[in-house]
Ligand binder design. Structure first.
Ligand SMILES: C[S@@+](CC[C@H](N)C(=O)[O-])C[C@H]1O[C@@H](n2cnc3c(N)ncnc32)[C@H](O)[C@@H]1O
Ligand SMILES: [Zn+2]
Length: 375
């Protein structure tokens, strides 16, 4: 039928409803993490911002989700949502209401909540927390990157109670501010979070989290909050746990460092989740998902990264590839990897002067260009 959109096992009409075919990648990832159908009743899901319903419908048809409630606030879109639920023959409840109204009045609890609003997640997390329980998955997408990444600094201070960083590190610090906000809000409900995967992709932030119930778990989450630092003079990076920023001077050059936070300094990935996504991408053959999952899998799970062009500019060196810098750092006994946040970034446990030294070695030919591609 004309105007129909097919993805996975679902086929939906969009009408006036929003649909982004590029978001297939993050829908696939959620389905991979939740896992395939089981014999039991399955997970209870809330698709809190349904639009066409493609997300919840796909989980129902392709994953361990056995039952889904769809919320859609917009009357003009709601009819299309109902039609799509019917035409895909899935077991579901659709409500033409808001997250805020539904979550404040229901006694139901959900094993999975998908939150995918227009813009930021900050207006909804408090209400979503009311319908979660220990062990629930909470998957959220945010597109307010201008706020989280510091182009609108005051909005970030106001909405997330966090200071953003408006430089090359902003995609990572923005994602960590979003997760920090989720952790702080959920802690008020005595939930701790484990981040199964946090990523920046196609101009959105995406977080796959799993909750643990209890005051101790909530406190552990808060203990993962802290501040990120960047030295604009020499490119050094640092972080410190706690709700007060302690580091102000760069250890490498003595300059005052730029601070961002409070933000999440905990893990951004879980091996089980990454393995599930990798296995799903091999099965489904999606090349985009395969390359993203390979990159995420190889990335070191430590806060922040070194932006190589900032170093080469300062050192007066041109054309050093991150590949060669990574190899050089590894040869010197450091851990080092690419980062999905920036193709010119390198994650490493090396101090900044060792990164500068590795860059000089690569440029002077001490590290062979032949092995590491173009330098
Ligand atoms: C980005 S779209 C969702 C896309 C969909 N999840 C997908 O994967 O294709 C956001 C939808 O949330 C709806 N929405 C916005 N605010 C809402 C609220 N407070 N409660 C429920 N739905 C809301 C909008 O009308 C819109 O249809
Ligand atoms: Zn410095």
């Amino acid at each position: 039928m004309e105007g129909m959109y097919a993805e996975g096992l679902a086929k939906v009409g969009s009408g006036k409803a929003f649909i982004n075919p590029l978001a297939k990648l993050n829908r696939d990832m959620g389905i991979a993490i939740v896992g395939p159908k089981t014999n039991g009743g399955g997970l209870k899901m809330l698709d809190a911002t349904a639009a066409t319903g493609i997300r919840g419908i796909r989980y129902l048809m392709e994953s361990a989700v056995g039952d889904c409630t769809f919320l859609e606030i917009n009357e003009d879109v709601f009819g299309q949502l109902e039609a799509n639920i019917k035409s895909n023959s899935v077991k579901a409840t659709a409500l033409n209401t808001s997250i805020q109204e539904f979550c404040s009045s229901t006694r139901e609890r959900f094993d999975l909540v998908e939150l995918d609003p227009f813009g930021g997640i900050y207006p909804y997390v408090f209400d979503v927390a009311k319908v979660l329980r220990g062990g629930s998955y909470f998957f959220a997408t945010a597109t307010d990157t201008a706020v989280l990444c510091g182009a609108q600094k005051n909005a970030c201070l106001k909405l997330y109670s966090a200071k953003p960083m408006h430089n090359k590190l902003c995609h990572e610090t923005g994602l960590r501010i979003m997760i920090g906000y989720m952790a702080r809000t959920l802690a008020q409900f005595n939930f701790g979070i484990d981040v199964l995967l946090g990523m920046f992709h196609d101009h959105y932030m995406r977080v796959y989290a799993k909750l643990t119930s209890g005051a101790a778990a909530a406190t552990r989450s808060i203990d993962s909050l802290g501040f990120a630092f960047h030295c604009d003079s020499c490119g050094a990076i640092a972080s410190s746990k706690g709700l007060v920023p302690v580091q102000t001077k760069c250890e490498a050059c003595g300059s005052k460092m730029r601070a961002s936070g409070p933000l999440w300094l905990g893990k951004l990935k879980d091996k089980g989740a990454i393995d599930a996504i990798s296995a799903y991408s091999s099965r489904s053959g999606g090349r985009r998902l395969q390359s993203v999952s390979q990159l995420l899998s190889s990335e070191l799970d430590i806060p922040l990264f070194y932006h190589i062009p900032s170093f080469t500019k300062r050192l007066g060196i041109t054309g050093v590839s991150p590949d060669a810098v990574i190899e050089s750092l590894k040869n010197s006994g450091f851990a080092a990897s690419h980062t999905h946040f920036d193709p010119n970034g390198v994650k490493s446990d090396a101090p900044s002067d060792s990164v500068a030294e590795a860059i000089r070695d690569v440029a002077s030919g001490k590290v062979s260009a032949l092995h590491y591609g173009q330098v």
